[in-house]
Design a protein around this ligand. Structure first.
Ligand SMILES: OC[C@H]1O[C@H](OC[C@H]2O[C@H](OC[C@H]3O[C@H](O)[C@H](O)[C@@H](O)[C@@H]3O)[C@H](O)[C@@H](O)[C@@H]2O)[C@H](O)[C@@H](O)[C@@H]1O
Length: 553
């Protein structure tokens, strides 16, 4: 019944291109260097369009390429309408847009407007004094009892308030002190952002990934940061004045989203965003009430609960984004898989499990070849500002160094940012110079060339999953239903669409488990163990095994 209702409603609505898309995230600094300076660049991306086309993706989310002093690797922008020197020029950007569009690939820009760089002209002006016309573009407060205005903390450690000695006032920075927060209460700020978005929309971009967008409605004096009362009003205004007039997609980074909150953003009737990134599943290996560095083992049962909740609860008022990885997160094969003995099996298992779900899948660069975390033994090897600040903060609080390094190796952002491994040559074919961040030594065996040469590689699993999605409406539109009563480590579900029924199952552990459901398999769609037939009535599930089959409805 649910299936019929859902599918009827879908048919009456316009199908959006981003509902059938598969999006590939590029972190340009680490993707491909073309000029030997050790930093990836736009020319490097242009030179790899054919590779992305071969994979089959239909859109790229491009992490920031704007002018930036790189305190936070481009998430600190000093000019939204210019390109970072190390990455190239606006002419390169125009060429990338043209070449990608020719290849049928849309470019989604990263929109970082919760804050700017302290080198942005608005902030340089704002610091000139309380009467400056740009002062109110940022959030300033007087000291309280000679100290910070309140207890708001920065996500990058320490207080979120920094004293500006010249004026005697503090400014707010929820990230680094070189990333001052914009004052969204100021209509001039909102107009500047909208004008800038229209500049990029006029260039033909395919949309925006909106960095920490749930923070723009903050009320600092009440210590409210996420989900402030005017957040949705600002987004509706932005929609109306910018992207709402174009056939583009928007995805908000929303750490605090529950399904109910997600619907506020992505219910088509509300004219806000296309979808959001929710992080509930990704936060399951963090201790309750603590932060990301305080680790706990993943419970597969909890992961199932969370993902199933998101699959079933958005209904027609929202759309899921599906992801395991991004530039802030550790590599999934190392995090919840086994990046040694079952490297290929677990990487493929995570791919099958996610790509058969309902929503728009995102692939983070290197995920499609099974790139792994890259552990360090000392803080001297760490580049990421979040991890470096946390290290010093926790050291001062008396944490043992070994524990801090363990946390960095488990959750540090450099894990995802080591350069793309193209081949087994020096620096993995990423650069002819000295890479800005160490290349993982396993590039000798884990690299694009090796994947392309091996018909049984992780790359071809991703390629096939993308093709399956494009060829089978059930993967895009089918209803989702969990299969209960499996072993706790087994995640199995049905997809149901117009009388068709698919069964997807994954063993998320390195133990063998029995699996049995009373279904007749009519077609084998995918198996990460290269099975040629599967009897789901009685199966001995191998470590990290996953498959998708069509069953008689
Ligand atoms: O532009 C600044 C960064 O913005 C994005 O990422 C935001 C950060 O998201 C997480 O931190 C948010 C915390 O949210 C909740 O409080 C959770 O309980 C905590 O566990 C989270 O830490 C990541 O941990 C950070 O690494 C992110 O910075 C961009 O994607 C970043 O690249 C930018 O640096």
């Amino acid at each position: 019944m649910t299936e019929t209702i859902t599918n009827t409603i879908k048919k009456e609505k316009e199908v959006k291109w981003w509902q059938t898309a598969v999006i590939y995230q590029i972190y340009p600094r680490s993707f491909q260097d073309s000029d030997g300076d050790g930093v990836g660049d736009l020319r490097g991306i242009i030179n790899r369009i054919d590779y992305l086309k071969l994979l089959g993706i239909t859109a790229i989310w491009l992490s920031p390429v704007y002018k930036s002093p790189n305190d936070d690797n481009g998430y600190d922008i000093s000019d939204y309408q210019d390109i970072m020197d190390e990455f190239g020029t606006m002419a390169d950007m125009d060429e990338l847009l043209a070449k990608a569009n020719e290849a049928g690939i849309k470019i989604i820009m990263d929109l970082v407007v919760n804050h700017t760089s302290d080198e942005h002209k608005w902030f340089i002006e704002a610091k000139k004094g309380k009467d400056n016309e740009y002062r109110d573009y940022y959030i300033w407060r007087d000291p309280v009892n000679g100290d910070v205005p309140n207890g708001l903390g920065s996500i990058f450690s320490g207080s979120a308030w920094e004293l500006d000695e010249a004026s005697g006032q503090y400014f707010l920075h929820l990230f680094s002190k070189r990333q001052p927060d914009l004052n969204w209460e100021n209509p001039k700020v909102r107009k500047e952002v909208n004008d800038m978005m229209n500049f990029w929309l006029d260039k033909g971009v395919g949309g925006f990934r909106m960095d920490v967008i749930d923070l723009i409605g903050k009320i600092p004096d009440q210590e409210i940061t996420g989900n402030g009362p005017k957040l949705h009003e600002y987004l509706q205004e932005m929609n109306q004045q910018t992207f709402g007039k174009h056939d583009v997609m928007t995805v908000g980074e929303t750490w605090g989203a529950t399904p109910e909150i997600a619907k506020l953003y992505s219910d088509p009737a509300r004219n806000e965003l296309s979808m959001v990134f929710q992080f509930e599943h990704i936060s399951l290996d963090q201790q309750e009430g603590k932060d990301k560095w305080d680790l706990k083992p993943l419970s597969v049962a909890e992961l199932k609960d969370v993902l199933v909740k998101w699959q079933v609860s958005l209904g027609n008022e929202g759309w899921n984004s599906l992801f395991w990885n991004n530039h802030d997160l550790p590599r999934i094969v190392s995090r919840w898989g086994n990046d040694k003995e079952y490297h290929d099996q677990s990487a493929k298992m995570f791919a099958i499990l996610l790509h058969m779900m309902k929503g728009t899948p995102y692939i983070y660069q290197g995920e499609e070849i099974g790139m792994t975390n890259c552990p360090v033994s000392s803080i001297d090897e760490v580049e990421d500002i979040e991890a470096v600040n946390m290290y010093h903060d926790r050291l001062a609080k008396g944490y043992p160094v070994e524990d801090i390094i363990t946390s960095i190796n488990a959750k540090g952002r450099d894990n995802a940012r080591t350069p793309m491994q193209w081949d087994d040559s020096a620096h993995g074919g990423f650069t002819t110079g000295t890479p800005w961040l160490h290349v993982n030594q396993n590039h000798k065996t884990i690299n694009v060339q090796e994947n392309l040469d091996n018909p049984n590689s992780i790359f071809y699993t991703y390629q096939r999953l993308i093709q399956i999605r494009q060829d089978n409406p059930i993967v895009v539109w089918g209803d989702f239903e969990l299969i209960e009563n499996t072993h706790e480590d087994v995640f199995a579900y049905y997809r149901l669409y117009e009388g068709e029924k698919w069964l997807v199952a994954a063993n998320m552990s390195e133990q063998e488990h029995g699996f049995s459901v009373n279904e007749e398999v009519s077609e084998l769609i995918m198996s990460n163990y290269n099975r040629t037939e599967i009897d789901v009535k009685q199966l001995a599930f191998k470590p990290y095994e996953a498959f998708a089959v069509k069953v008689k409805a």
